[in-house]
Design a protein around this ligand. Sequence first.
Ligand SMILES: [Zn+2]
Length: 348
Amino acid sequence: MPVGTQGTVKTVPQDTLEALGAEIILGNTYHLYLRPGHEAIRRMGGLHKFISWPHALLTDSGGFQVFSLNELRKVTDDGVRFRSHLDGSSHFFTPEHSIDVQIALGADICMAFDECTEYPADRSRAEESLRLTMAWARRSLDHFRAHRHEVPWSDPKGCGMQCFGIVQGGMYTDLRRQCAERLVEMNFDGYAIGGLSVGEPRDLTLEMIAETLPLLPKDKPRYVMGVGYPDEIEQYARMGVDMMDCVLPTRAARHGLLFTSQGRLNIKNKQYAEDQGPPDPACDCMVCRRYSRAYLRHLMQAGEALSGTLNSIHNLAFYLGIMQRVRDSLAPATGNQEAGSLKLEARS
Ligand SMILES: [Zn+2]
């Protein structure tokens, strides 16, 4: 899922995302709540309509930004008080309020409000954080079930908005297991593994996913939040992860870092100044078909806005291409059953 923090996948227009084959994008509840405000978005018919994205949308709970952007937050069992990073105004988020905001935004998938445990965290800190996350998961789900019909769109097919729970537990496998089991008992529509890619070494990320994934139902979406590099997303997808989101392809692009079939390419390097070749010879995206490395380097050097756009389009095409290849290899003509057994093979 490309990340559309403020109702936009930075520098890339929606029609281009469609042309790239993006089927779902992510919006950040914290940012949209502060600006333009969830009530304004509700009045305008919801986030799909506001940003003109008639495809799937997922909103996070706001928890991650509340905890990562606010040094002065105050956490109680009830919720978390924080100051806006925009104007310093004071706000209070509870699980119920996070769900209300997400229902007003009206994405297809909302996330339970959780506390993302920082890394490193000692065991007592991880246990306390987990206790809070599990209590907040219960309250998020109860509130969601009571109010899910209040989305700002009509729902003729009746499939409705879905709510996913988030497994936390720091880097302690027994806490992760405990959390996963409790959340599965609550019967969410899907499950995410959160609190990863927060500065821990990659083998620890892998260990947490490998320990947690088998405990989550295979017939529901399994989502690892906030990962990762191209080789990581392929590895996790082959382990059985269905969904991932990451700002990396677009953020790196704006800094001139391209992910290619030949590895990472820093387009700012002088060696590309007169390189007439495409950014990635193996890529057939709209950027690689049309523009040279020399031109992309020039745009970057000149500080032109088009630089971020073209770099982002290529990186998104590269990421979406990886996922397409994984899907193709998991789903031969024989259908889902076969795909399931291949998934299991890949995992073992
Ligand atoms: Zn390309």
